[in-house]
Write a protein that binds this ligand. Sequence first.
Ligand code: PMP
Length: 284
Amino acid sequence: STVYLNGEWLPADQAAVSVFDRGFLFGDAVYEVIIAYNRQLFRLEQHLARLTRSLSETGIQNPFGIHEWRFLIERLIELNEGDNQSVYLQVSRGVSQPRRHNYPLNLTPTVFLSSNPLLLKSQRSSQIKACSAVTLEDIRWSRGDIKSTSLLGSVLLKKQVFESGADEGILIRDGWVAEGTASNVFLVKESKIITPKISDWILTGVTRDFIFELCFRYGLVIEERDVSLPELVDADEIWLTSTTAEIRPVTELNACPVGTGNIGPLWKKMAAYYDRHKAELFSC
Ligand code: PMP
């Protein structure tokens, strides 16, 4: 595949960064994962707005304006294979030697973009298979609102998930539902859709926002508030949302059935809306 690194287009195996890059030494970097359906970007403005925010919250220079970002990402998609692609974009604070926590000002950020053919779980989100989840204590830092590459907490949690035999992890902070290890959480109780409100603990998912839009468009009731662990356990339906997984229904939580243990009616409805919207925009 072809990648972009600091102004150059290169074969992936020829791209290299300095060992003194702060992204490598400290995880001092932010990132985005953006999807293209039929070679057209989905929700690019929202991803770039979040990137801009992650950069400003960390004080990393934004190397490009919105139009330059768009141009680069569109070029990346042209240069790579697959009608559906998953774009990875990372900006680190840059290279500085010797290694020290405190950073010099005016570093030149390291910009890296790559793309992989997207392995959609199914072409239609309404045909996605259900998954199982376990609840885990959220051991990550308290700025989950920044999309940072410092992901050791998430990596260790994901290992626990796989050791438990489940597909996904739902993270609990002080008894309250935060988010998935790489997704946002929604639940359904008595036909009402509920999701934890935005805070420093969780990422404002682009897909999460999209679900809100679909709810408004189709007149479904959605509530944003704190959600306790017992409420999650007692839910009729649980969904996880992310750019690459879209909306995933969770039918088993901590080895017990969620609701009836089958994929729920509201998930089916929402997934059908999701598909309809994709079909309108991308003919897929
Ligand atoms: N939370 C975390 C921790 C994530 O890594 C992701 C995936 N990027 C999400 C939520 C979902 O965000 P999005 O819908 O923008 O992909």
